[in-house]
Design a protein around this ligand. Structure first.
Ligand code: ARG
Length: 465
């Protein structure tokens, strides 16, 4: 009775007495997104088949047939000719069914000692590993673009801010190198995450391992995995690596978003520190004068979706008992979208940064306002013997007077400055200038042009490695 119902793709086996409804079929299917991993699925299957043959579990002829069939399937997929079927649920069953249609019984032997549970975990790790490598390349491109711009502006001065209030003058090169640091940590984090992605789940089978005499080390070596997952229950159910990756990706986007916020601010005509090339901006359909920094704004916005994917994955895992549960199928779309968002964003930024037009005069004028060298005057008095707190008080008083008269500290005469403290000498003006201020911060991590140049040289050497 049941066998009539068991038409291809409609029910699992003689175990079932009715097929799933169309709605449930669509609800449970993943092929329309997981087909993205198809080439990795084939790579994993070939490594598995190679091991089965080496262990005498399938024949050499079976292996040869599987290899031939998979070569053809790979070609069909690459040429866009492969017919993906919703009825066959996911990428794994689609490829296996096609293989069996092409080569017969050998195709049916491929799944010996394997489950889709360890198969999918392997595929996603292979896929993610290659995407992490691409992200590393794009992070490198962005970092080198930042270095080039920083080098051109190692001595360009703008106000540094705290609380968005003018604080002290800094060099623009130094400011850009702060982002270089962030993206360098991101690159490090990706390399670190990759180590835990790069472990082989295959061999765990459904959850408990398999009774066939498999050789997991051989499969790991074939696929370039550094290690084998050492507990079968954990191997099929672990998605820590996906969460870690998404967390690292969320930090990449967070850094992009902070940078974007500054680009938007700097491009506002009120600030006018930079201009972005036209191809990264759009106009307004109603206001003819507008040139909007759409790319940084959108990148700032897209950070939200990557953060969302991180929360989605954490939530996906929090309630799952061991071992595999179908919930895990929901790991893919957040991961895919995270990778797409990060890669597109990094590529655009690497392209946009070299075209940032820096308005040095505006930066300089802004630094000349807001008493950005007040700390330098205080430090000057300290070096002449005054305790820092007293110097701070004296300079605060001087700033108040200048502010009332709408002038800068450097506009005061020597005699006027001496009224605040007799310790002030002729040499004070060397400390009140923007150049004097930045070049005096000449130590590792300081904003002096000389230090910025050194940091850039060190960074270049690191990037070349
Ligand atoms: N499409 C499934 C996934 O993405 C493959 C594993 C299915 N395993 C199972 N026992 N139903 O997780």
């Amino acid at each position: 009775m049941t066998s009539q119902l068991h038409k291809k793709g409609e029910a699992w086996s003689a175990r079932f007495s009715e097929p799933v409804s169309e709605l449930v079929k669509r609800y449970t299917a993943s092929v329309f997104f997981d087909k993205r991993m198809a080439l990795f699925d084939i790579e994993g299957s070939l490594a598995h088949a190679d091991m089965l043959a080496a262990q005498g579990i399938i024949s050499a002829q079976d292996l040869a047939d599987i290899q031939r069939g998979m070569t053809q399937i790979r070609g069909e997929i690459e040429r866009g000719e492969f017919e993906w079927q919703l009825d066959l649920e996911d990428v794994h069953l689609n490829i296996e069914a096609r293989l069996t249609a092409l080569i017969g019984d050998a195709g049916k032997r491929l799944h010996t000692g394997r489950s889709r549970n360890d198969q999918v975990a392997t595929d996603i790790r292979l896929w993610l590993r290659s995407e992490i490598d691409r992200i590393g390349t794009h992070l490198g491109d962005l970092r080198s673009a930042l270095l080039d711009l920083a080098e051109q502006h190692s001595a360009t001065i703008l106000p540094g801010f705290t609380h968005l209030q003018v604080a002290q003058p800094v060099t623009f090169g130094h400011h850009l190198m702060a982002y270089f640091e962030m993206f360098s940590r991101d690159a490090e984090r990706m390399i670190d995450v990759r180590r835990r992605v790069n472990r082989l789940p295959l061999g765990a089978a459904a959850l408990a391992g398999t009774s066939y005499p498999i050789d997991r080390e051989r499969v790991a070596a074939t696929l370039g995995f550094e290690e084998v997952c050492t507990n079968s229950l954990d191997a099929v159910s672990d998605r820590d690596f996906a969460i870690e990756f998404t967390a690292a990706a969320a930090l990449v986007m967070t850094h992009i978003s902070r940078f974007s916020e500054e680009l938007v601010l700097w491009m506002s005509p009120r600030v006018g520190f930079i201009d972005l090339a036209d191809r990264f901006c759009t106009g307004s359909s109603i206001m003819p004068q507008k040139k909007n920094p759409d790319v940084p704004e959108l990148a700032r916005g897209k950070t939200g979706r990557v953060n969302g994917h991180l929360i989605a994955l954490l939530t996906l895992m929090k309630g799952q008992p061991l071992a595999y549960n179908k919930d895990n199928q929901e790991d893919k779309e957040p991961l895919f979208d995270t990778v797409d968002t990060v890669i597109d964003t990094l590529r655009i930024f690497a392209d946009m940064v070299p075209g940032i037009k820096v308005r040095e005069e505006n930066m300089r004028n802004a630094a000349l306002q807001g008493f950005s060298t007040a700390t330098d005057l205080a430090d000057y008095l300290v070096k002449k013997g005054l305790p820092f707190r007293d110097a701070h008080e004296i300079v605060a008083h001087a700033v108040k007077i200048c502010s009332d008269r709408d002038i800068d500290l450097a506009d005061l005469s020597l005699a006027e400055l001496q009224k605040f403290s007799p310790l002030v000498g002729e040499d004070v003006f060397g400390f009140l200038t923007l150049e004097g201020s930045v070049s005096s911060r000449n130590h590792i991590g300081g904003t002096a042009p000389e230090q910025v140049k050194r940091a850039i040289a060190a960074a270049r050497a690191k990037l070349a490695k």
